[in-house]
Design a protein around this ligand. Structure first.
Ligand SMILES: [Ca+2]
Ligand SMILES: [Ca+2]
Ligand SMILES: [Ca+2]
Ligand SMILES: [Ca+2]
Length: 418
């Protein structure tokens, strides 16, 4: 194609070219202005995206707490959910639980003391919401999601923080409720930048020796295990999102702390823990404790940790089991023993009626809610969310045996009560 063809044709009157050029320049100016406007709009209005597969369609990257799209959820709509946790943290006080300054972070038990933190790194509140996708038709079936929110004493659009997920397999640190860091614990390092409109996520793993060839040394090169390993995984947009608040939030639109907030005081994120490699889709994994840590902006993931808030709420993809036993007549003092292949748990022994081998017993003594008459009736209801299993067994004496994917419950003895 010739150049004249590109401009729409051959010979033209003298002077017309200039006019066309001017018109062309005006057109380009208009286009440029329009493009700038589009760009400005694109920057000013956050994408109200939710992470793919989020069961609640949680709006974790719009920097506010209100539900903006019908059918979605945000902080204001999950109040009262058992998966929602809110902690108030001391602020603007020397009595704030904090990491002892200057200590080495590669310790299984970091020292927490009280300290007054810089206002921009001083949590007033933290909140979390976790859930597991149980929709077999979803591409994220069995993925576990964690949403988090932090509110600071002073606005800090470019905030930095760590969210540490502890398994607690080594028990607690002496004299505290803090779980010792143990092999495979995860640290999600979050950096809000560009005024909080850009968020980057890195995941580090606690190592105790050099045995993992992909993560054999420490992130802090001068340290040796146990430590946060050198392998720092950056999360892609399909695994994590977030934003710090770009506008003020009125108390009425802040169901986390019910106070007016300036732009930049609130920050939120969402992580698909399964896409992030933290919680596998098909194996039970539990983190009973989440430790929230503020860092000075842009600092290294494992240094300059300041404020701390410790959350005792399990983030897990593990199934739940509900068993109801009714005797007829009601309230018989008859113990029914069960064996199971639930994982041995020395922490649960005697606490929830489950012994170290996963075995337990049930008793209807003292119960009054109704069941049918006649004989001793045993009802075993098993709800295993992880496998989308909802099975009820109902019989006169022994529950009928049905094959279940990877869990069984077996009643040892069921005795007619009369
Ligand atoms: Ca939000
Ligand atoms: Ca929202
Ligand atoms: Ca604190
Ligand atoms: Ca604080």
């Amino acid at each position: 194609m010739s150049v004249p063809d590109m401009h729409g044709g051959g010979a033209r009157p003298p002077g017309h070219g200039t006019s066309r050029f001017l018109r062309s320049r005006r057109t380009w100016s208009a286009l440029a202005a329009a493009a700038a406007a589009v760009l400005a709009v694109g920057i000013a209005i956050p994408a109200f995206a939710v992470l793919s597969g989020s069961p609640s369609n949680f709006e974790a990257n719009d920097g506010n707490m209100v539900v903006n799209t019908t059918g979605n959820n945000d902080w204001n709509s999950v109040q009262g959910s058992p998966n929602y946790v809110h902690l108030t943290d001391p602020s603007n006080t020397t009595a704030d639980d904090s990491f002892k300054s200057g200590q080495k972070q590669d310790s299984p038990c970091p020292v927490i003391n009280t300290n007054k933190n810089p206002p921009k790194d001083d949590f007033t509140d933290v909140a979390s919401f976790s859930e597991t996708n149980v929709d077999p038709s979803s591409a994220q079936f069995r993925h576990t999601f964690l949403d988090g929110a932090t509110i600071r004493f002073a606005a800090n659009g470019s905030a930095s923080e760590n969210v540490e997920l502890n398994q607690g397999t080594n028990g607690t640190c002496t004299g505290t409720t803090l779980l010792q860091r143990s092999k495979g614990d995860k640290l999600i390092a979050i950096d809000y930048t560009t005024g909080g409109t850009t968020v980057t996520f890195h995941v580090l793993t606690w190592i105790v020796d050099n045995s993992d060839p992909n993560n054999a040394t420490c992130f802090v090169k001068t340290d040796s295990p146990p430590c946060w390993g050198v392998n720092s995984q950056t999360l892609a947009a399909n695994a994590a999102e977030g934003q710090a608040s770009q506008a003020a939030i009125l108390a009425a639109q802040n169901k986390i702390s019910n106070t007016d907030l300036a732009a930049g005081q609130f920050a939120e994120f969402g992580v698909d823990l399964t896409a992030a490699g933290i919680v596998p889709a098909n194996t039970c994994k539990a983190f009973p404790q989440t430790v929230w840590e503020s860092r000075s902006s842009g600092s290294s993931f494992v240094s300059s940790t300041e404020d701390v808030s410790v959350e005792q709420h399990t983030v897990s993809n593990c199934g739940t089991i509900t068993i109801k036993k009714h005797t007829d007549p009601r309230a018989l003092d008859q113990v029914f023993g069960y064996t199971s292949n639930l994982p041995a748990n020395d922490k649960a022994g005697g606490v929830a009626g489950i012994d170290a081998n996963g075995n337990f017993s049930l008793n209807d003594k003292g119960n009054t809610s109704g069941d049918s008459a006649g004989r001793v009736r045993v009802r075993v209801a098993v709800v295993q969310r992880r496998h989308d299993l909802d099975q009820r067994q109902d019989s006169d004496d022994h529950p009928r045996s049905r094959r279940q994917p990877d869990m069984y419950l077996r009643q040892q003895a069921a005795t007619r009560g009369h």
